[in-house]
Write a protein that binds this ligand. Structure first.
Ligand code: HEM
Ligand code: HEM
Length: 178
């Protein structure tokens, strides 16, 4: 039997599937970012191709995660002021939306630029639109200048809130997702 603190047993956890979805999404986000970081530092096309492949994987993963979320009952919120519950729900919603919008913008940037997207050599997403350089530029700007900074802001706020709960509130909220 696990030895758990009495206060831990009072924390209601997310379902196993929701916890797996959460951490694999975070990992895919980290790897997708690492690939574009390596590409920026080496200019090796292997990394941009992997960036796209992991990004597309994150898109599919997030779509599956939304379906899982629709059928999952959230555990009752830990005790906190109503405004904090509302802010956390808005932040979670924003993260879902951004993690879907980001790869969609990346995909549209590529196909409007006339480049099919290869996913780990397993399959290819063909150019399914008419090539349009200005649309490609628009989605490029959306991808890099709008959505990416928003992902950074919401992720920092999210992790900051988790650390606040862990070290200031000491309410074991993190255990809900572990
Ligand atoms: C959630 C998934 C994704 C994240 C977090 C992400 C993140 C990023 C970041 C941080 C950059 C660099 C921005 C900069 O230069 O400052 C970038 C660039 C780029 N991304 Fe993504 N990306 C994702 C998905 C995709 C997908 C699915 C594709 C294409 C199929 C894609 C194609 C590109 C391309 C071509 C660039 C280079 C743009 C340029 O150098 O002008 N990305 N991405
Ligand atoms: C060290 C990193 C992270 C920690 C400690 C963490 C912690 C948590 C915790 C404790 C919850 C549950 C909140 C609750 O039950 O009220 C949660 C949910 C969530 N996290 Fe994270 N998280 C981390 C990274 C990330 C990242 C990188 C993302 C995406 C960018 C993310 C997106 C989400 C989303 C969307 C939810 C809401 C789940 C739902 O409503 O289905 N998390 N996280």
């Amino acid at each position: 039997m696990d030895k758990v603190q009495p206060s831990v047993t009072q924390v209601n956890k997310w379902s196993v599937m929701s916890r797996v979805f959460h951490w694999i999404s975070a990992l895919l986000l980290l790897v997708t970012w690492a690939m574009i970081f390596l590409y920026g530092n080496t200019d090796n096309s292997l990394y941009i191709n992997l960036h796209k492949a992991f990004g597309v994987s994150l898109l599919f993963w997030m779509l599956a995660r939304v379906i899982n979320r629709v059928f999952t009952k959230a555990p009752p919120a830990v005790a906190m002021p109503k405004w904090q519950v509302v802010i956390s729900q808005l932040t979670h919603f924003a993260l879902y939306a951004l993690l879907i919008a980001m790869p969609v913008a990346g995909l549209l940037m590529s196909v409007y630029g006339g480049r099919p997207v290869d996913v780990f050599g397993l399959f290819q997403i063909p150019v399914f639109v008419e090539i349009d350089r200005s649309a490609a530029r628009f989605y490029n700007d959306l991808h890099t200048d709008i959505i990416w900074p928003m992902i950074l802001v919401f992720t920092v706020a999210h992790i900051g809130a988790a650390l606040f709960h862990q070290f200031i509130q000491k309410d074991k909220l993190i255990n809900r997702i572990l």
